[in-house]
Design a protein around this ligand. Structure first.
Ligand code: A2P
Length: 317
């Protein structure tokens, strides 16, 4: 079975650089997908409370542990604190809800899913009387302090962030006693994130690339949106290595040192995506792919653009 390289976080913990994503995986499909992934050799599973499928992911984990295929210690499970649990007194509650859903006693990594808070402890996507997203003004620095506490309690081995911009990371670092190990951000050839990845590297924060395949199944995709995996420029590079476009854009992330978490619920693709350890992209091909950037962000969270802590609305990275 292929051995996935690991990377080392700034707290000393090693983590597999490659995992299975579960955003958009339907509850009725995700149990089998995660079982297949574990059988194929994946040991890292990326989850989130907001994906509304953690119970079904947990069923797969329990089944594979019961079968003796893996032990809990062999697995690396990540999840994320949803925006309605940012108030410090709700952080442990949010984490425990995830642990209960997944059927686990601890997480390996817990992230703040977005830097902005939404109205607490009710609907996952709260709206106010005029139908607009209902905000909360809880400061992510205060949320982070509560993240540090759940980490110290051993409910998660590591803590990190997701969708934070440079300014927000700087502010977090000024106030943190435990620095985040990773910033999980959208990253693919149409949004290469050169500046933010360099900044995170300088702070010893590993990048986790979400939507590495361009998320063709995002619910808001329009029929004439460009499709990363159908891009002839990517196809040409893939042909050169006798690999698929998906394998090339995944290896592109791994070679940049990014944790990479492609989602699939299709066994043949889960297998194909994992089969990227027998080739290396030449530096000139990595550089070529870097030039495909077109600021092609596909996860803008536009419903919260007016939030004071929205990460992508100002002219910053
Ligand atoms: P499916 O889950 O139906 O197999 P991302 O990880 O960027 O969010 O992309 C996930 C999307 O990419 C899903 O629609 C998934 O389809 C599809 N996908 C995953 N792996 C491959 C692959 N090897 N080739 C083509 N499409 C893929």
């Amino acid at each position: 079975m292929a051995k996935v390289p690991t990377i080392k976080f700034n707290n000393g913990q090693s983590y597999p650089i490659f995992g299975i994503g579960t955003w958009k995986s339907k509850p009725g499909e995700v149990t089998q997908a995660v079982k297949d992934a574990i059988d194929i050799g994946y040991r890292h599973i990326d989850c989130a409370y907001a994906y509304c499928n953690e119970k079904e992911v947990g069923e797969a984990i329990s089944a594979k542990i019961a079968e003796g295929v893996v032990k809990r210690d062999d697995l690396y499970v990540t999840s994320k604190l949803w925006n309605t649990f940012h108030r410090p007194d709700l952080v442990e509650k949010g984490l425990k809800a995830t642990l209960s859903n997944l059927g686990l006693k601890y997480l390996d990594l817990y992230l703040i899913h977005w830097p902005f808070a939404l109205k607490e402890d009710g609907d996952m996507f709260p709206v106010d009387a005029d139908g607009k997203t209902a905000y909360s003004d809880v400061d992510y620095v205060d949320t982070w302090k509560a993240m540090e506490e759940v980490c110290k309690k051993g409910l998660t081995k590591s803590i990190g962030i997701s969708n934070f911009n440079k300014r927000q990371i700087e502010r977090l670092l000024e106030n943190a006693t435990i620095p985040p190990v990773t910033n999980q951000i959208e990253c693919h050839p149409y949004l290469t994130q050169m500046k933010l990845t360099q900044f995170c590297k300088s702070k010893n924060i590993i990048i986790t690339a979400y939507s590495p395949l361009g998320s063709p199944d995002r619910p808001w995709a329009k029929p004439d949106d460009p499709q990363l995996l159908d891009d002839p420029k990517i196809k040409k590079i893939a042909d050169k290595y006798n690999k698929t476009p998906a394998q090339v854009v995944l290896k592109y992330q791994v070679q940049r040192g990014h944790i990479t978490i492609p989602k699939s619920v299709t066994k043949s693709r889960i297998k194909q995506n994992f089969d990227i350890w027998d080739f290396q992209l030449a530096p000139e091909d990595i550089q070529l792919i870097n030039t495909f950037d077109c600021n092609g962000r596909i996860c803008p969270y536009a419903d919260a653009f007016t939030h004071k802590d929205h990460p992508f609305t100002k002219d910053e990275y």
